[in-house]
Structure formats: C-alpha cells, structure tokens
Write a protein that binds this ligand. Structure first.
Ligand code: GDP
Length: 450
C-alpha cells in the first residue's frame, strides 16, 4: 500500500549510494522532495522533513549510512505524535469507540473491518447502529455485522442516536462484550447539527476513544476535515480509508503531524480483512524498503493454522504437496485480503507492488480454471494426479470447460512447481532462492538499499 512512497524513498536513497559528497546529498534531497510532493505529501511536512535530514547528515558527515539513519529517525518523529498506537483496550470493558466521519468516507465499512480485526483477536464485539441520518445506514450496518459474524445493536423505533448509543452500552455491559463500536451519522460536509449530535453522543457515553475515518481519496481535504473534527469534538485516532485507490498516498505521511492525532489504521480495500494497523516503526521500515515481517506474521497468524502450516512444510519438503493442499491454500489466501495489501510487507517486494497490483486471487482467470479443474477430480486423483489416464483427463477437461491439452499443461506446471518448492525448502534451497531474488532485484527492480 505504500508503493509510491516506498519507491520515492528508495530512488532517493539510491542517488546517494556511491558518491559521498555534498552534491550527491543535494541530488538525493531534491529527488526526495520532488517525489514526495508528487505523492501529495503536504509541502510544509516535506520542507520540515528534508530540512531536518539535511542538517543531520551535514552534522554527522555525508554518506549513505548517515542519510539512511537520519531519514529513518526523522520519519519516526513525523509519524509518532502523542497518543496511542493500533487498538488500545480501556481499563474496564467494554472498550467503547465512537466512529465518526463524513458520509461516504467509509465509516460503516471501517466499523465492520475493525470488528473483524478485534474478533480475530478473540474479542467479543458489539457494533451499534447510531447513524439514523442516512436511509438504509442501519440496514447496511446489519449486513456488515452479519458478514463478519459480529452482533449488531439496532432499534428501528428509536429516533434519538444518543439513546441508541446508551442502549448499546447497556447491552454490551450486560452481555460482557469486550468492545463496543458505535457507528455515528455522517454528512456530506461538516455542519452544526451534525457536530451537535456527535458531541451529545460523546458526552453521554464517554467513549474510551473517538476514531475519525478520513477518505484518503480526498487528499489534503481529508486532513482539513480531520483537524476540524478534532477541534470541535476531539478525536483520538485517524483511520485512513480507501488507501488502495490513492495512487499518491502521501496523506498517510503527513496527517498525524498535521492534525496532531496518531494515524491508527489504514483501510486498503473493500473487503472486510482489508484493514491494517498503522504502527510507525513498521511503516518506516516499509518506506525504507525493508518490508514488514511483523505485520505479515500478524496478518497471517489469525488465518494460518500453525499445525497445518507445519504439515504443509513437511509435505513440500517431501514433494508431496498435492491439489487438495493447493485448494486449501487458495482458500486461506483469500481470507487474507487482496494480494497487493500483502506484497509491500515482504522485504524487498514493495517495488513489485505495481506489477502485482491487479492480481486478484479470486477472479484470476487462470486460477479459476485450475480450481474448476481440481474440483472435477476425485480425492484420490487430487492426491496423486499420476492416476489420471487420457480418458479421465478428457472428462475433466469437459467438466471444467478446458481442453485436454490445457489439463495436461496445468498438471505439468503443478508437478514442476512442486519440484521447485521441494528444492527451495532445504537449506541450500534458501540460498538459491536468495540468489535468484537478488538477481531479480538487480535487474528489473533495482538494487535494494541496505
Ligand atoms: P460511510 O457513508 O462513511 O459509512 O461509507 P461506507 O462505509 O458506506 O463506504 C462508502 C464506499 O466506500 C463503499 O462503496 C465502500 O465499499 C467503499 N470503501 C470503504 N472503505 C474502502 C477502502 O478501504 N477501499 C476501497 N476501495 N473502498 C472502500
């Protein structure tokens, strides 16, 4: 999700690679400035960041290491404003969060995403439908709740959102819920009535935190409205939605320091798992092109069963990875959300984000036909495709709308992939893999910093 920003940083870093003199530093700074402005990072933020880096490097002595160290340190400072990181539980359950935002910002979707995020952490979550302004908002929230299998509090006969919020709180306390997320009303623009309603809810329920959902597609406008909500109501965190559609992405870099409220989560897709916790340390690593292994591990931990993963590794090592395992893997990967939301977390892969941007696991034609093909096979055949004779291949081809040649091709590819995986799973294999990766990076993607 930080493709553009990451490539801004890595290309500037490269500029200072081999020439440790003032000219190289200027060149790197100019490159960084140009790219950051192009990525829609606020100009004051850019000026401050680069001014600080220049000063640091001049004091420490010009060189790539000093440049990298300073950049890393100053990026931390930029993103770390006073306040919490990620989701923080209150001292007494239910931790109550008010969700605010303008209409269409993605507030309702984000409420569902957050509920799923917490549910995956084994928390009991209740979401409350206190957006009584927009027609069908309650219905939308009920659907969102159902899709993530989380309880929704709603009352169609009540017209006062404050009473809804209080009713939800009562239910959350009585039902021993860990977290209560209250979805509030939005408007197309800020107005007094809306602010009055939100203030009244905040006063009545005294939430642990208020999250403001900002639509990253509205660029610097999202920063201004977040600041305005903060002044008028007080917010504790910003969630930046629709980051997947924001080709520039610079807002994420400046919003915390501009509003003086931490950026807590980023929404990067329409699906419920497409929410990422924003931890400055990890983000800085990603921006520097170092990846985010911790984030990746967290995201996969909820989805991949450790026992199954071990079994899978054993099978791969023995060259026994079969079509049943393949189908299971596809299903797990689907649960992790879109491919592009994962790719930037793998060290060195950030720059490949673009190439894989439109790779959609669910709708990829190739994968769809492979899945159809596997579904036409018997369990035994999936485990051992060598059992397939020509007449079976023909029948399977007919069943999945392929021709027999396609089926043969897929079987061969699968066999090769399984062999490769076996080869790479040993110690020497890892070495081979690393060599291959560095060759790829040296060529198409450019050398990695570090
Ligand atoms: P609300 O009026 O603020 O509650 O907004 P909704 O939750 O109804 O979202 C408005 C639209 O934005 C819907 O079509 C959502 O699917 C879409 N949306 C929300 N978050 C994201 C996101 O992170 N990425 C993308 N691509 N779309 C999103």
């Amino acid at each position: 999700m930080f493709d553009t920003l990451t490539s801004s940083f890595t290309s500037a870093i490269k500029k200072i690679r081999f020439h440790d003199d003032e000219k190289a530093l200027k060149k790197a700074l100019t490159e960084l400035k140009k790219n950051l402005l192009k990525a829609d990072v606020n100009h004051k933020v850019v000026k401050q960041l680069l001014g600080d880096v220049e000063e640091d490097v001049k004091t420490a002595g010009i060189g790539k290491d000093q440049f990298l160290n300073s950049l890393q340190k100053r990026l931390h400072e930029l993103l770390l404003v006073p306040g919490h990181q990620g989701f923080v539980f209150g001292s007494k359950p239910p931790t109550t969060i008010l969700m605010m935002g303008l209409q269409g910002s993605g507030k309702t979707t984000t409420t569902g995403k957050l509920a799923l995020y917490l549910k995956n952490k084994q928390k009991k979550v209740l979401i409350a439908a206190a957006d009584l302004q927009r027609m069908a908002a309650v219905e939308q929230l009920i659907q969102v709740g159902a899709s993530v299998e989380v309880d929704v509090y709603h009352d169609e006969n009540e017209t006062d959102p404050v009473k809804i919020a209080l009713g939800a709180r009562k239910k959350a306390e009585a039902g021993l819920y860990d977290v209560l997320l209250i979805d509030t009303a939005g408007r197309l623009a800020i107005d007094e009535e809306l602010m009055g309603e939100l203030k009244a809810i905040k006063n009545a329920v005294q939430p642990d935190e208020v999250f403001y959902v900002a639509d990253s597609l509205t660029g610097q406008d999202s920063v201004r409205t977040a600041a305005s909500f903060n002044e008028q109501i007080g917010i504790d965190g910003v969630i930046l939605s629709k980051y997947d559609g924001d080709a520039k992405g610079g807002v994420a870099l400046g919003i915390a320091s501009q509003v003086q409220v931490p950026l807590r989560f980023i929404g990067n897709g329409e699906k419920m798992p497409d929410l990422e916790v924003f931890i400055p340390d990890r983000i800085v690593n990603r921006l520097m092109g170092y990846g985010d292994i911790e984030g990746l591990a967290e995201k996969t931990a909820n989805i991949i069963d450790e026992k199954k993963a071990k079994e899978l590794t054993r099978k791969i090592k023995k060259g026994q990875f079969n079509f049943n395992d393949f189908l299971e893997q596809m299903e797990s990967m689907k649960k992790m959300g879109s491919m592009k939301s994962l790719i930037g977390m793998i060290p060195g892969m950030g720059a490949m984000g673009d190439a894989l941007k439109n790779f959609d696991l669910e709708n990829s034609g190739e994968l769809k036909s492979i899945k159809a093909m596997v579904s036409s096979m018997t369990m035994k055949e999936r485990e051992n495709p060598d059992l397939l004779n020509n007449s079976r291949k023909k029948r399977i081809a007919g069943g999945c709308g392929m021709d027999a040649m396609d089926v043969n091709r897929v079987l061969k590819q699968f066999k090769n992939a399984s062999k490769m995986a076996k080869k790479f799973s040993g110690k020497k294999g890892m070495q081979d893999m690393q060599n291959m990766m560095s060759q790829m990076q040296g060529g198409k993607m450019g050398a990695l910093p570090r």
